[in-house]
Design a protein around this ligand. Structure first.
Ligand SMILES: C[S@@+](CC[C@H](N)C(=O)[O-])C[C@H]1O[C@@H](n2cnc3c(N)ncnc32)[C@H](O)[C@@H]1O
Length: 252
């Protein structure tokens, strides 16, 4: 008699992009597996400068399901998103993103076409982050702005973002491969090689906000009663040893 129970989730290697297909229904759930990406998108959008011309182009490399889109609404950008994962792009398209299926290491876009390039939580997922940086800088127009956030290649980052984070219910196991985390100094040097002077700063979710959010997720009825449902904010912090943002303008 064949087994009739629920199908267990398939176990994929760390950082296998097929994990995003398995988690496709999680993207737009504010309290779902990608909740923190929502918080980070808010913080990233705050680093995007005002559009410098009508119809300015923002290229969102590794756009996923387009979580940046609501934060760009009314700001004058055409939002083009490039990603490897077709199931994520299908959702991004429903949020107004012009989607392109492609690899961050070989963007199918012309040199200097973008007024802004964003790469949110992407570089720590690509096998060759230097190639992705080279491509991001290539498609950026002179005077254009690069905005990114990623995880640092430190022992603390590996501990918190992988070992500790994966202990929490709802955090996808194996979404990160700590070997791919990006050394912040090497990233600044690489951007400089491509004409972008990147300034970085450490960021973290607010402690109280995160505590309330975790509590609210564990006890939804309590959260509704106390009205404490606001998501945590991502704020600057003194150390860039774990999570950091970068912003830089291309020479020219
Ligand atoms: C952690 S998610 C971040 C998504 C989005 N930037 C956000 O913050 O919501 C990483 C995304 O990078 C994409 N990705 C991974 N490797 C890629 C590559 N080599 N080229 C393009 N996209 C890639 C994945 O498909 C996934 O959508």
């Amino acid at each position: 008699m064949p087994h009739q129970g629920p199908v267990p989730p398939r176990v994929l290697p760390r950082n296998d992009p097929r994990q995003y297909d398995d988690l496709v229904d999680e993207w737009w759930r504010p309290d779902g597996a990608f909740a923190m990406l929502h918080w980070l998108a808010t913080a990233r959008a705050a680093l995007v400068p005002p559009a410098r011309r009508p119809g300015a182009l923002l290229v969102d490399v590794g756009c996923g399901a387009g979580l940046l889109a609501p934060h760009l609404a009314g700001r004058g950008y055409r939002h083009v998103g490039v990603d490897l994962t077709r199931s994520a792009l299908a959702q991004a398209a429903t949020h107004g993103v012009t989607v392109v299926n492609g690899d961050a290491a070989a963007l199918p876009l012309a040199d200097g076409c973008a007024d802004v390039v964003t790469a949110g939580e992407l570089l720590e997922h690509v096998p060759d982050w230097r190639a992705a940086v080279a491509e991001a800088c290539r498609v950026l127009a002179p005077g254009g702005t690069l905005v990114l956030d990623t995880l640092n290649a430190t022992a603390l980052s590996r501990l918190l973002a992988v070992r500790v984070a994966e202990l929490f219910r709802g955090v996808p196991r194996g979404i990160h491969d700590p070997r791919l985390f990006v050394d912040s100094r090497a990233l600044v040097a690489e951007c400089a090689r491509h004409g972008v002077r990147l300034r970085i700063r450490g960021v973290r979710p607010t402690v109280v906000g995160t505590g309330r959010w975790l509590l609210g997720r564990a006890y939804p009825a309590l959260a509704r009663r106390t009205g404490r449902t606001a998501p945590p904010r991502i704020v600057p912090t003194w150390s860039s040893a774990v999570l950091y943002q970068g912003r830089g303008v291309k020479d020219g």
